[in-house]
Design a protein around this ligand. Structure first.
Ligand SMILES: [Zn+2]
Length: 287
């Protein structure tokens, strides 16, 4: 399996999980309140060396037959050396930026909007309409209050800078939505707030197949097994936990295929309910 792109089908939709790259985070930033020894034990069970964890940044391309849809735009060129590869990986699958007619932004974090614009600050997808939840747009384009985030001041400034750089320039191509709606046939927006105030998930369906793009409603497979451990990045923590539980219960009950932006690439799998917890079952990917 390529670590850069992974094609799969949902009914008649041709989908490709596209890597934007990876980033190494301090492990505790994903599990702030986890007791240190317990966290180290759980990380080792997942074959992760405690300290730093390398996390993929994955976007999704959907060719519905009528529309070429990109979900999230990665970190963009120049944010970090280990990411910003989305455009190159799109081109490697035969897709040029002008081919994309719809860009759906699930939330306003740097690793999801960083590729909105090109080096000149113009929309990187010149023919696309960009779609975002209105409350999310309003939050990041006003003076957002990041006080409750337990990240360093540098990271907060980076978030604000990337929002300033990547949101206003797309305004001329922007469609804001304020309710759960089918944006295109087979692509339904689902409100999934908490990670950010207007974070969304997407229910994608074609034929009798379904996929939930859960985006950052859950950040790591360990959160399924340890649902009380939370990441620093959830802006509205209690709401994020409620959203996470709801979505996990729903996809487990309905056995819906899930794609999660930050799970081991390509981030595709199923959620299995285990009492009050869950477990991640990645799809089989052949080498
Ligand atoms: Zn993210």
């Amino acid at each position: 399996m390529s670590n850069e792109s992974f094609p799969f089908e949902i009914g008649n939709f041709q989908c490709v999980a596209i890597s934007d790259g990876t980033f190494a985070y301090p492990d505790h930033s994903f599990f702030v309140n986890a007791p240190k020894e317990h966290l180290e034990q759980v990380l080792r069970e997942h074959n992760i060396q405690p300290g730093e964890i390398t996390i993929p940044w994955t976007c999704l391309l959907i060719d519905t037959g009528q529309h070429s849809v990109l979900v999230d735009t990665g970190g963009g060129a120049g944010l970090v050396p280990s990411a910003g590869k989305l455009l190159r990986n799109l081109q490697a699958t035969g897709i040029e930026p002008v081919d994309i007619d719809t860009v759906i932004l699930t939330h306003g974090h740097p690793d999801h909007i960083g590729g909105n614009t090109d080096a000149e600050g113009k929309p990187a997808f010149p023919k696309a309409r960009y779609i975002m939840w209105k409350e999310e747009w309003d939050f990041w384009t006003s003076e957002p209050n990041l006080a409750q985030l337990e990240v360093s001041e540098d990271i907060k400034q980076l978030m604000l800078m990337l929002a300033r750089k990547n949101l206003p320039p797309i305004q001329g191509q922007l469609n804001l939505i304020d309710r759960e709606t089918e944006i295109l046939p087979g692509i339904q927006v689902i409100a999934a707030p908490g990670h950010t105030p207007g974070h969304i998930a997407l229910a994608i369906s074609s034929g009798n197949q379904q996929l939930l793009y859960i985006s950052d409603a859950v950040l790591h497979p360990i959160h399924l097994e340890q649902p009380d451990w939370y990441p620093v990045f959830d802006l509205v923590r209690e709401q994020a936990m409620t959203t996470r539980r709801q979505l996990l219960n729903q996809v487990a009950a309905e056995q819906v295929l899930v794609i999660a932006c930050h799970f081991p690439f390509p981030g595709l799998g199923y959620v299995i309910k285990k009492g009050e917890r869950w477990q991640w079952k990645p799809i089989e990917t052949m080498d």
